[in-house]
Write a protein that binds this ligand. Sequence first.
Ligand SMILES: Nc1ncnc2c1ncn2[C@@H]1O[C@H](COP(=O)(O)OP(=O)(O)OP(=O)(O)O)[C@@H](O)[C@H]1O
Length: 265
Amino acid sequence: MSTSTADHVPGRAPAGAAAARARGLTKAYGSGETAVLALDAVDVDIARGRFTAVMGPSGSGKSTLLHCLAGLDTVSAGQVWIGDTEITGLKERELTRLRRDRVGFVFQSFNLVPTLTALENITLPMDIAGRRPDEKWIDEVIDTLGLRDRLGHRPAQLSGGQQQRVACARALASRPELIFADEPTGNLDSRSGQEVLGFLRQSVDRLGQTVVMVTHDPVAAARSDLVLFLADGRIVDEMERPTAEAVLERMKRFDAVRGAVPGEG
Ligand SMILES: Nc1ncnc2c1ncn2[C@@H]1O[C@H](COP(=O)(O)OP(=O)(O)OP(=O)(O)O)[C@@H](O)[C@H]1O
């Protein structure tokens, strides 16, 4: 199932349809003896219109990769692009605008505003940006996520799964080029988690979105088109059309062989 071969570098795709990409992406935290190299010269291409999952042992750099690709964190070295825009080197104001206009986020903790209704939460980023929502698109998103009868509810009146669906709708509302999801099912029971994954899947299949998701869960990763495996800050393997069993097996090899390299095993 793994597609790593001698002539293919995991995480790299042919030139062209990348929604985001990084070259030599390096991120170190701290300095001197306590420095941690969270990302070690990562090259990656995130294909447009696909659902990419990022997996790897705890501390392997998954969240750091997501944050650096999304412009939420600065890099120590290397370059990152969203579409054709190089984001490394952008000033904070330009970066804020780019994140607002071109990227959607879904976090483990939902991050909804408790005093606003579901609908107000969904359109909040656009309201802040002073952009008129595309009503037809928002309607489609709301129906795809099954939120029609919950729009007037506040987060406290919604289940965790419904809150995460609102967060997904908020991420989709501005029709971003790219959605980054960091453990979106981490706080959900398995049924709600499956529901949310189903909606992320549909946002790719039906709405043509691009999704990058960090997860610990092989079942969640199995909903993606491609799994990238990180170990010690490097992309060491990838898997097309993953199954939960194959992902689990691959993850077990990290326990057995720390610091696995492409083509090993
Ligand atoms: N703000 C920070 N300051 C110092 N070190 C950090 C910081 N954030 C992350 N790290 C370190 O960088 C490395 C990668 O962390 P990261 O959170 O990206 O890993 P992860 O694969 O997402 O882990 P997990 O699966 O446990 O969430 C780890 O060694 C971590 O301790």
